[in-house]
Design a protein around this ligand. Structure first.
Ligand SMILES: Cc1cc2nc3c(=O)[nH]c(=O)nc-3n(C[C@H](O)[C@H](O)[C@H](O)COP(=O)(O)O)c2cc1C
Length: 175
């Protein structure tokens, strides 16, 4: 049966991560498809779930959060992995020297770790292209700390994403 790599992506960075994970799972011999969570009509058709969203203001996007909440009972009985795409910049630490990936865990991770007992929860570096941002997101970047916290560029770490996907594949039966 197929593994769903379900995602919520505002500007495409998380979509790219989800597509990559699905491709890596297929290359490892697992059936997998990447789809926006909002377009998943029959979650019961899947044998496992990798669910991801970008983080904005410390939080997953609403449609991803709602997908998990709506399907909480089903997900609790299936293998589940969660990922979040967010932190930007080439440095692994924030200004206080803290691990940026750890600091960028969306607030939903704690709640969902209790409810779903996921097999893995991972934060990945994201991407930001100022040219495509909506008006409100552009304004946030204009506040003094905004530009420092939200630098322009594609910081997605494909090696880390591939490694995570390979570890997931190992836990799933082939075919
Ligand atoms: C206004 C704004 C707020 C953001 N807030 C956060 C945040 O709180 N935590 C985080 O890790 N990333 C944050 N980011 C970075 C995005 O999550 C990152 O660019 C992500 O890869 C975008 O993915 P998407 O194109 O799939 O939505 C923010 C970006 C913008 C533009």
């Amino acid at each position: 049966m197929t593994i769903l790599v379900g995602y919520s992506s505002k500007y495409g960075a998380t979509e790219g991560i989800a597509e990559r994970i699905a491709r890596k799972l297929r290359e490892a011999g697992r059936e997998a498809e990447a789809r926006p969570v909002a377009s998943v009509d029959n979650p019961g058709d899947y044998a496992g779930f990798v669910i991801g969203s970008s983080a904005y203001m410390g939080s997953w996007r609403k449609e991803a959060t709602e997908f998990v909440k709506r399907n909480r009972e089903l997900l609790a009985t299936q293998p589940v992995w969660l990922f979040s795409s967010g932190p930007l910049g080439a440095a692994g630490k924030d200004a206080q020297g803290r691990d940026l990936l750890k600091e960028s865990e969306p607030k939903q991770f704690e709640e969902f770790s209790q409810a779903l007992q996921p097999r893995g929860m991972q934060v990945f570096f994201g991407a930001l292209d100022p040219a495509v941002l909506g008006r409100r997101d552009r304004l946030v970047r204009r506040i003094p700390s905004g530009r420092d916290l939200l630098p322009e560029g594609d910081f997605r770490n494909w090696a880390a994403i591939d490694e995570w996907a390979a570890a997931i594949a190992k836990e799933l039966p082939a075919g």
